[in-house]
Design a protein around this ligand. Structure first.
Ligand code: SAM
Length: 242
């Protein structure tokens, strides 16, 4: 069944152009993924379409009110006759990784709630059973970029979305922790020549070299991936390399 993704945001105009472009746009045109963006304000029922309010306990900024968010989840679930996996974008969520992307790509329906201001009323997470996901240990002003990050990482794993499925093999966090170093023409650029092995035509040798180089760089740049393979379980551990 085709993956459906609903995104609820206060700023649909910040999201729609990106979704319409390039691989994501083509994936939707080809019916491989269905993505719908909803304006949170349309789920507010008061005459001013209020979606935020002051935080209880004081402090700066505003908090997204629970009613429109919960109403959005209920409406979309009823309308689609499905029980989406609800995702709340949050710097306090579990860290988004390629293995979570794989997990999400196997679902039928994702519903992403984008936070803003000081975040969303905490009760929304409990009521909707949402999974909180962070795209990194830094703070953005809203959940729109995190939503796009999640959607793109997930969509490119859906069979048929990438022109060449083989390219997934050479992606980082796939087979060799990192993808291998890549070169294209010209053969020599600024005095630097392309590694000879890549011109050898010997596919077994090229594969061996690529794997070695990928692992060498990953060990140097991201030793944490080897110390905590549970964070990125698919790659080397499964193959008994680490
Ligand atoms: N006060 C919140 C905190 O300290 O955890 C931060 C709120 S942030 C300014 C506003 C919204 O941006 C969040 O509700 C979330 O939706 C989104 N956001 C910011 N950084 C994020 C991150 N690293 N990953 C996912 N979402 C993020």
């Amino acid at each position: 069944m085709k993956l459906r993704i609903d995104i609820v945001t206060l700023f649909p105009e910040a999201i729609r152009p990106y979704l319409a472009a390039s691989i994501l746009g083509k994936a939707q045109e080809r019916g491989l993924v269905f993505i719908k963006v909803h304006n949170l304000r349309s789920f507010s029922q008061d005459r001013y379409r209020t979606v935020d309010d002051y935080p209880f306990g004081g402090g700066p900024g505003m908090v997204l009110k629970p009613e429109p968010l919960v109403r959005a989840v209920r409406f979309i679930s009823e309308y689609t006759q499905s029980q989406p996996l609800v995702i709340v974008t949050s710097p306090q969520g579990e860290l988004f990784t390629q293995s979570i992307a794989r997990e999400l790509a196997a679902k039928n329906h994702l519903l992403i709630l984008c936070g803003r201001y000081q975040g969303i009323d905490e009760r929304v997470i409990e009521i909707t059973g949402a999974r909180e996901i962070s795209i990194g240990d830094y703070v953005l002003s809203g959940g729109e970029l995190p939503a796009l990050v999640i959607v793109e990482a997930v969509a490119r794993l859906i069979p048929g979305v990438l022109g060449d499925e083989e390219s997934l093999r050479y992606d980082s966090f796939s087979e060799w922790v990192f993808g291998p170093p890549q070169y294209t023409r010209p053969r020599v650029f600024c005095g630097l020549a392309v590694p000879e092995v890549l011109l050898s035509g010997n596919h077994a040798l090229i594969e061996k070299w690529r794997k070695e180089k990928a692992l060498e760089k990953a060990r140097k740049v991201r030793p944490d991936l080897f110390q905590h393979p549970a964070l990125h379980p698919p790659c080397e551990r499964r193959k008994g390399v680490v």
